[in-house]
Design a protein around this ligand. Sequence first.
Ligand code: HEC
Ligand code: HEC
Ligand code: HEC
Ligand code: HEC
Ligand code: HEC
Ligand code: HEC
Length: 314
Amino acid sequence: MRMRLLGLASCLMLAATARADVSNDCLVCHSNERLAERDADGKVRSLYVDAQHFFATAHAKKGCLGCHGDLGLGPHDLALGRQPAVKPAFAPYVAKLPKARAVAVANCMGCHEKEFASYQQSVHGEATRAGKRGVPLCDDCHGNHAISMTDDIESPVNPAQQLHTCAKCHADGQVMAQYNVSTNVVKTFEHHFHGRKRLIGDARVAVCTSCHAPAASVHEIRGPKDPKSTVNPANHTEGCGREGCHPGTSEAFAKGFGHEVPSLAVRPLVFLISKIHILMMTLVLGTMFLHILLDIIRRKINASRAAAQSGGKA
Ligand code: HEC
Ligand code: HEC
Ligand code: HEC
Ligand code: HEC
Ligand code: HEC
Ligand code: HEC
């Protein structure tokens, strides 16, 4: 309680200070690694913010209040239960979130209008608006206090990392079971041509959003059955044919670049060759080991015969 009052008093005093300076004042408390709070359900939640990481981001200039203020009162007022004023346009997207997160995410949307507009058109945006659970908001994909520029290879949405960010949910059976969406998409991507090329370091090949969203509107990820989706069969030639990928692509070429697992019915040649590959590997390695084993046994037999012979002589 004492800490809470102290925090509140500091915030009030800070109201008139310049934003970047405010960050330092907030960090007097929040850079303490042991600062934590107990949730309503008894779980301990860390309130620590890594100052070094934060000041390295583009958001440092806006200060802590860039995300935690503006739409209403200071964060500690929120904790005390006063309702922040979230603009009606953002309200359906953040309605179910705890207050501090609701204000912060609404602020992402307010500053990044273009990205918000494209997110609104997406399957994720629609689901959030409908109040569904387990759907990503801005901070689920981008993080909060260490958001790097997207061209930074460390950014969780950069093509180099994106796979893991989508996998957090799309490889999670519990989340996907509710929506009847396959959890196989990440594994199949890794096994397909694009995933394998990426694994060996080719940065030009497609990642998840290259196929699933229009180049100019990366948040506009739609379900494959949506007629506007870039992966809907009606749009394959356009989707695969974007600049830098496969311009002039044919419908026949575009087929079979989803997540299906090769079988006798789907891409039979790939299926058969991979089976032949496994068979040959087993034969080659198997006969090699058998050869070594027989060789060792032969040597042992010869050695013991030689020992027996020389023993008989002595
Ligand atoms: C004197 C120490 C202190 C200062 C200064 C301080 N805080 Fe806090 N902060 C706390 C404590 C203690 C809590 C947990 C209790 C609470 O929510 O009031 C907290 C909680 C929070 C929360 C989580 C609220 C929630 O409900 O999840 C946010 C966000 C936050 N602070 C941001 C800030 C920002 C931004 C500043 C600067 C404007 C700041 N704090 C300044 C001590 C402080
Ligand atoms: C780019 C937007 C952004 C900025 C700038 C920002 N925060 Fe946050 N902060 C968030 C988001 C989003 C959350 C909600 C995370 C959650 O609940 O999952 C959050 C949560 C918090 C929490 C609650 C604990 C937690 O990590 O969930 C504290 C404390 C906090 N912020 C303090 C600060 C302080 C102090 C600063 C300035 C040094 C700051 N924040 C700057 C976006 C931001
Ligand atoms: C499903 C994951 C996901 C969600 C949710 C998401 N983003 Fe993104 N965001 C991305 C990806 C992927 C990129 C592009 C990375 C790249 O450069 O290849 C991106 C890029 C950005 C960029 C850089 C400019 C651009 O368009 O390339 C901004 C700014 C941004 N997002 C803000 C937001 C905001 C604000 C929200 C919430 C309304 C949000 N994002 C929600 C994945 C996401
Ligand atoms: C007060 C306005 C403001 C708020 C709030 C804000 N941002 Fe930003 N954000 C910016 C600015 C300004 C930049 C730097 C843009 C640049 O230099 O191109 C930026 C940069 C970014 C980038 C990198 C863009 C790129 O081109 O690579 C991402 C991603 C991003 N913000 C996501 C978020 C997310 C997610 C939130 C909420 C947790 C958020 N922002 C909240 C103003 C804001
Ligand atoms: C080469 C283009 C391409 C890439 C790269 C790609 N996808 Fe797909 N994706 C498709 C196509 C085409 C479909 C529709 C047909 C299908 O399901 O095989 C699809 C379907 C999906 C579906 C819907 C599955 C369902 O059960 O309804 C999800 C989810 C998905 N992809 C996520 C991802 C994720 C996550 C990644 C990155 C790991 C990714 N995709 C990479 C082309 C691609
Ligand atoms: C926080 C969890 C989460 C993250 C992160 C996430 N998604 Fe999703 N995604 C979902 C959920 C939940 C749905 C189902 C929504 C619905 O059907 O209403 C979904 C739906 C989809 C669909 C449509 C599936 C269909 O058959 O309709 C595609 C495609 C998709 N996501 C791609 C991606 C890509 C690509 C990424 C990474 C850039 C990503 N998602 C990140 C949770 C997530």
